[in-house]
Write a protein that binds this ligand. Structure first.
Ligand SMILES: Cc1ncc(COP(=O)(O)O)c(C=O)c1O
Length: 394
């Protein structure tokens, strides 16, 4: 049955609303508010990144191969060898995608049949359920809940209980948007054990793998025993190099899963913008040889520390922000029962936009986020300082 929302649209899109980011970015514009909603850097990428973009634009104008430009796949293989201590085969185990979003869509198209179930740990990145529904699959939700120490925790028994004979895969995002949680080695081992026991595939979204704070080290679930064979690891240049508009992502997976992915990929974008792939190949090689990754961490750690204190001073008690460029705050002290009402108030009365995190929960678990707001601190210092000034008015 057609909904009256999109009368000429297909059934599969009838439940979709406009993304939370579009909605709140429009609101930021309407009220001329500081936009700490959407997670994109509002500053230029470093000069070596822009220069790589300019150079690549001169040299590459035609289609790239389906699996991606060899130079980029080789650079990714080198980086993975260094980070994982594993040789990932650039020919048979790497696919370049149109950012992580298209990687997620293509992976799900390639692996999920009608009525297959996919477990989502919530809060989830909002493209996950949409991609699953478009493939005819069913998302099943398992929540993270904050404990008394404000740590987000996963109840592993609840995860086990969510598995049925139709469960095909689990999606895992670490470092995690929107909470800033980095799953611990113990948690990853527990999740891996469940996935092996129930023969589940894991779609590991690791787009924030370079953004961890306080000397934390990123751990990929694919590197745990018995996991490489069942894991597709998704990365993106967007967050790491402050080029979210380039939309260059990738998937690392064993040959059979890579082959399946490429069967779908060939009919989605077929291939990905060639000059931008060449530019990212160049940038990865330079970043491996210079101090970019540690500089990036220090750069964001400073912003995180600053904004964490700002939230504390504004009685917006922040949850631990271990990674990503987001902080979730507890808004209880401001006396609102609903995160949307709070964020609306903050936008219209204080000129600061945050995102209501209940958008990233299924209907039965939205209540977990009703006294929370998500702030993105990937913004210029003067914007964060201006936001601090406005929040101090409380
Ligand atoms: C968890 C997560 N996955 C995927 C993406 C999308 O990445 P890309 O811009 O490379 O499509 C984002 C972007 O915000 C994200 O936060």
């Amino acid at each position: 049955m057609m909904s009256k929302n999109y009368p000429r649209g297909a059934e599969r899109i009838q439940s979709f609303g406009t993304t939370v980011f579009t909605v709140w970015t429009q609101l930021a514009q309407k009220y001329q508010a500081l936009n700490l909603g959407q997670g994109f850097p509002d500053f230029s990428p470093p000069e070596f990144v822009r220069e790589a973009g300019r150079k690549a634009m001169e040299g590459y104008q035609q289609y790239a191969p389906l699996k991606g430009l060899a130079a980029l796949r080789n650079a990714l293989a080198q980086e993975t060898a260094r980070e994982w201590g594993r040789l990932v085969d650039a020919e048979t185990e790497i696919t370049v995608t149109v950012g992580a979003t298209e990687a997620i869509f293509a992976v799900i198209q390639a692996l999920i049949d009608r009525d297959d179930e996919v477990i989502l740990i919530e809060p989830f990145y909002d493209s996950y359920p949409a991609s699953i529904l478009m493939a005819g699959g069913q998302p099943r939700f398992v929540p993270l809940r904050p404990n008394a120490a404000q740590q987000w925790t996963l109840d592993i028994d609840e995860l086990r209980q969510a598995i049925t004979p139709r469960t095909k895969a689990l999606m895992l995002n670490t470092p995690h948007n929107p909470t800033g949680k980095c799953f611990t080695a113990q948690e990853l081992h527990d999740i891996a054990e469940v996935c092996i026991q129930h023969d589940l595939l894991v779609i590991a979204d690791e787009v924030y793998d370079r953004l961890l704070f306080d000397d934390r080290k990123h751990l990929s679930i694919a590197t745990l025993p018995g996991m490489w064979e069942r894991t597709l690891t998704i990365g993106s240049a967007g967050k790491t190099f402050s080029v979210t508009g380039w939309k260059i992502g990738w998937v690392l997976a064993p040959p059979d899963l890579t082959h399946a992915l490429q069967m779908a990929q060939q009919w989605i974008p077929f291939s990905v913008a060639t000059p931008l792939q060449a530019a990212v190949a160049d940038v990865l090689q330079q970043a491996q040889a210079n101090t970019y990754y540690s500089d990036l961490r220090a750069f964001y750690q400073k912003k995180r520390d600053f904004f964490f204190r700002v939230l504390q001073e504004a009685d917006l008690n922040p949850y631990p922000a271990e990674g990503t460029y987001f902080i979730v705050a507890d808004t209880s002290a401001w006396g609102f029962d609903n995160d949307e009402t709070f964020c609306h108030h903050l936008t219209t009365q204080y000129g600061v936009v945050a995102i209501p995190p209940s958008y990233f929960f299924s209907p039965q678990n939205k209540h977990i986020a009703h006294k929370m707001a998500r702030f993105a601190f990937c913004k210029e210092d003067h914007i964060l300082e201006a936001a601090a000034e406005r929040l101090r008015k409380k």
